[in-house]
Every structure is written in structure tokens, then in C-alpha cells.
Design a protein. Structure first.
Length: 547
């Protein structure tokens, strides 16, 4: 027999210990209890949110956010009824006046409010830990009482400015199995080694998450790599920004194709810590030999765009942690930075960068998604980008339900009660998934009138870093000095994989858009007419196209 050539488990970040693994596995969120702080006229549903934080949207032209009548004052007053306090911050957690802000003219300003337990109270009898949902509902109750009625609660909240206050939601990436509402326990599997029934899946949607049925698994690519054409003089490539887990190393994704450190005013946009799932594939979870659920997710998406639009440049911006979780406040901060880059580029200012498409394979379910009961900050920032000519493409989600997700449903879909009207900006495209036959909708794909189009998203082939997990091939029998074995289910050293999810339908659409916009033939200088013509072509080709 040949000697055992199996490799050790992949390295962890320098100095990494079980404490880091355990600390990183803790979800900094809670699931909303709709029965907590009930309020007549406002029906709430489950969602996940950061318990000690609220977000406040300040419309353009508004004055001091700390004014006595403003939403911040309303939050502080409500928090103090529970024995808590509130501190307004910028989205990055710094003090409001600490760092000058570069902002797009006319764009809304979003603040985050940290709920705290005052020191003088903490030294005595400590109150319960802050709960943003209870504070939000108390703000709403006070606002509705002030206008003396709940016949049209949404209009009343808008009148009092309470519609500018919302939770800091937790978004999740979209590969099968990541959404926190699909587990027996909201955030943990009951047992990573056993199925409830050894022969049958308890949920048929889970089938797509298994090797051989569309789940992440190694595959051999035998075709040529995408060919990148040259750029015509005076022109530029289409640019696709991917907000995900970043992008790992791969031969198809060199630095002249993928920018992994996008900056604005000298700051890196997005997360930049050591817990990078595109470098370290097994940071969290049990030592079961399996890679983390989202390891390689951003690389896979970048590879899809590379296949669909070989000429495009890709901005890989990390917004998700290694668990696939995204705090809404962090996403909003990234969107603000992207809008600033796009604005400067569109208006010929220094420090700008054109962004033609934004690809978002993430989402959450809002607890009160109807008009007047949710803040418009996420919609407003996406609208700013669309107003600058950036097409927004969002995955619909993988939970096999018709409950609208945010931000996928943030457009005026037929029958919508979200209060959104057509604004004349570039397209907002929510994307569901098709099976490989390109005719049938994947069973896992969310559906409904808010899903604008569908594209292949099941058993898709794309790039993945050369990860090597601990799970070994099921059988080994070495002969003739050759290592002979069955396929290692966690051995991705070939650099390609099969995977399923609306996560992968959305970037296919984003790549198609980039290809339609041009193969390096976009004018280098801003040309509104050219961009408008190209975007009209995008909508004509894609909207309603089911393959």
C-alpha cells in the first residue's frame, strides 16, 4: 500500500483557540417574540435583530438629529421608561461628531442608537437587559396615543416621525441551511451527525443541501477559463459590486479582475477581521470534518459573474461573518460608501468609482413590512444607488415560502402594501431560482408576486477556494503506487464546486446585466444617455425572462 498522504486540517488564524471558535459561534441576536409589547393595529411577525440597538433614518434636509422633538428624543424617552438609556452613533459606532462624513447630496442619513444600562442604575438593582423591540413598540404606542387613534396607524406613525425608527435586523446569506428560521433551534442544528430518519429527509427542501442533489460538493471543470477581452481606448469595463463574504484566491479571479480591498477616502469598505470564511473555511461549529456553511460563498458568486460577464470588473466586499450573518447597520454603512463612490464617479469628482450593478445574495424577514410600519433607510440607500444608474439585484431566499424578504421585495410589485412607488431609477430585480432544466422552479426558492424573475440557481457550477476539510472519502484502496479513493466530499482542491440557492441565481442575473452593459465598451467619462440606453436594454431582456 502507498503511504497515507492525507493532509492535516486547514490552519486557523494565528493564535486561534477554542475560545475564539466558541466566541465566534455566539449569535449576537435574538428572535422577536410577537407577543412582547403587543400594540393594537400593528401585527408583528418573527424576525431576528440585535437586541441592544435601534436604527434611525434622517431624511435629507432635516436638522439636528438630537432635536427635542426628533426620533432620537423619542427613543431616549421610551428607553428610560424601562430604566435604560440611549446613545446616538454613526453607523460605524463612532460618535456623531467624531469623524466628518462624506455623503451623497440628497441621500438620507442613518444613525444607530445603542441602548445601555446607566451606571447609576447598574450599581443598584439592575434592570433587565435592553430590548430594542420593546423600546420601538413603546415609541409607537406614545406616537399613536398622541394623535388619538389607530384607524390608520401607519399614517399616524409617519405624522409623528416614528416610522423613521426601526430594529437593526440580522440578514443571512442564502445557501441552503443557513437561514435561522429553518432549524429546530433558531440558530443551531440539533445534531450535526444524525438525521431524524436515516433514509428520508424530514423537509424535502433539505435535499438540495446534500451532496449529489445540489448541495456544496466538489466537481471537475474541464472547459476553458473565461476569456477577458481588452478594453477599447477611452472606455471602461462594467463593474459589479458583490456584497457577501468577500472572495478567496482562485486562478479565475486574479487581482486585475477582483478588487478585494475596495476603499473610499482611505478606508476599506466592509469587514476586514481575521475570521474570513474565504481564507479559513472551518472557523466555527463542531469539529466534525465539515466546512462552515458559507465557506467559499463569495468566491462562488464571483465565479458566476466571471462566467456570465468575462469582461467585467468585480468588487468583492465582505459584509457577512463566517456564520453567514450580516448586521443591517453594517450593510447600510457599506451601501452609503458605495453610493459615495458611484456619485463621485458619475459627477466626475475625485475619489469615485463607477458601479454598474450591485449583487446582494442576502436578506431578512421584516416583522412589520407594510407601509408606515418599517423604516425606509435600506430602500432609500438602494434608491440612491439606482438613481445613480446602478442596477440592484437581490436573491429572493431559500425557505420555500411566499413571505416577502428584504431587500428583495423593496420595489412596487403587484399588490404590494409597502408604499413604494416607481421612482425612475435603475432596476431593482428580485431573483428566484430555477432547477437545471431551466423550466421548473427550485422547490427551495421563495416565490410570490414580489419575485421579479427567475434564473438557474440549483446545482450550479462555479469557483471555490482550494479548501480541504477533515471529512475523508468513504473508501480507499491503493494499488500500483496510486492513491485510489472515492470522491472526498469536503475536498475542494480542484477549485470548483456544485452548489444551490437563490444566492447563485442573483449573481447570474447580475453578470448578464454586466455583459449587456458592455464588454469594455462603456464610455470612460460619465454618459447618462449611454447608461440609460444600456439599462433599458437590461430590463427589456431580463424582466420576466424565466431562464
Amino acid at each position: 500500500m502507498a503511504e497515507d498522504t492525507r493532509e492535516p486540517r486547514p490552519p486557523q488564524p494565528k493564535g486561534w483557540s477554542w475560545r475564539d471558535r466558541a466566541r465566534g459561534s455566539v449569535i449576537s441576536a435574538v428572535v422577536l417574540d410577537p407577543g412582547s409589547e403587543p400594540l393594537d393595529g400593528i401585527e408583528a411577525f418573527q424576525t431576528a435583530y440585535v437586541p441592544h440597538r435601534l436604527l434611525i433614518s434622517i431624511p435629507p434636509g432635516d436638522g439636528d438629529p438630537e432635536s427635542p422633538e426628533g426620533p432620537y428624543a423619542q427613543v431616549r424617552a421610551a428607553a428610560r421608561e424601562f430604566g435604560w438609556d440611549a446613545v446616538a452613533q454613526r453607523l460605524d459606532g463612532t460618535e456623531l461628531a467624531e469623524v466628518p462624513e462624506g455623503r451623497v447630496p440628497g441621500a438620507p442619513r442613518v444613525l444607530r442608537v445603542q441602548l445601555t444600562t446607566p451606571d447609576e442604575v447598574a450599581r443598584g438593582v439592575s434592570p433587565s437587559l435592553p430590548d430594542a423591540w420593546r423600546v420601538l413598540q413603546r415609541v409607537r404606542r406614545t406616537a399613536l396615543d398622541a394623535v388619538g387613534g389607530r384607524a390608520d396607524a401607519g399614517a399616524a406613525l409617519r405624522q409623528m416621525g416614528a416610522d423613521r425608527i426601526g430594529l437593526d435586523h440580522i440578514l443571512t446569506l442564502d445557501p441552503i441551511g443557513v437561514n435561522p428560521f429553518m432549524k429546530t433551534n433558531p440558530f443551531m442544528k440539533t445534531n450535526p451527525f444524525m438525521k431524524t430518519n436515516p433514509f428520508m429527509k424530514t423537509n424535502p427542501v433539505d435535499e438540495y443541501g446534500s451532496c449529489g442533489s445540489g448541495g456544496r460538493q466538489p466537481v471537475a471543470w474541464i472547459g476553458p477559463a473565461p476569456t477577458r477581452p481588452a478594453v477599447a481606448k477611452g472606455h471602461r469595463r462594467a463593474v459589479v459590486a458583490v456584497l457577501d463574504t468577500g472572495a478567496g484566491a482562485h486562478a479565475w479571479l486574479p487581482d486585475d479582475v477582483v478588487d478585494r480591498r475596495v476603499t473610499v477616502d482611505g478606508r476599506v469598505i466592509g469587514l476586514e477581521d481575521d475570521a474570513n470564511p474565504e481564507i479559513y473555511p472551518d472557523l466555527y461549529g463542531p469539529l466534525d470534518g465539515q466546512l462552515d456553511d458559507v465557506a467559499g460563498h463569495g468566491t462562488f458568486i464571483a465565479g458566476i459573474i466571471r462566467q456570465a460577464a468575462p469582461a467585467a470588473d468585480i468588487l468583492a466586499i465582505r459584509v457577512a461573518d463566517a456564520l453567514g450573518m450580516v448586521e443591517e447597520s453594517n450593510l447600510l454603512a457599506v451601501l452609503e460608501d458605495l453610493a459615495l463612490l458611484a456619485y463621485r464617479a458619475r459627477h466626475g469628482k475625485d475619489g469615485g468609482r463607477p458601479i454598474d450593478v450591485v449583487s446582494l445574495s442576502l436578506g431578512y424577514y421584516h416583522e412589520t413590512p407594510q407601509d408606515g410600519f418599517y423604516t425606509r433607510d435600506l430602500y432609500d440607500l438602494l434608491a440612491v444607488l439606482r438613481g445613480l444608474g446602478t442596477t440592484v439585484v437581490v436573491s429572493a431566499g431559500n425557505d420555500a415560502i411566499d413571505r416577502p424578504t428584504f431587500p428583495a421585495s423593496l420595489w412596487p410589485w403587484p399588490g404590494a402594501d409597502n408604499g413604494i412607488v416607481a421612482d425612475g431609477g435603475a432596476a431593482h430585480l428580485s431573483v428566484g431560482a430555477l432547477n437545471p432544466d431551466r423550466r421548473t422552479t427550485s422547490l427551495f426558492s421563495n416565490v410570490g408576486p414580489w419575485v421579479r424573475l427567475y434564473a438557474p440557481g440549483a446545482a450550479v457550477v462555479s469557483t471555490i477556494p482550494d479548501f480541504f476539510g477533515g471529512v475523508q472519502a468513504s473508501t480507499r484502496d491503493d494499488e500500483y503506487d496510486r492513491e485510489r479513493l472515492t470522491i472526498g466530499p469536503e475536498d475542494f482542491r480542484g477549485g470548483f464546486a456544485v452548489w444551490s440557492g437563490t444566492s447563485f441565481a442573483a449573481p447570474l442575473v447580475a453578470g448578464r446585466i454586466a455583459a449587456i452593459l458592455g464588454d469594455g465598451s462603456l464610455p470612460e467619462e460619465a454618459d447618462d444617455a449611454a447608461v440609460t440606453t444600456a439599462l433599458a436594454a437590461v430590463e427589456a431582456v431580463l424582466v420576466g425572462d424565466d431562464d
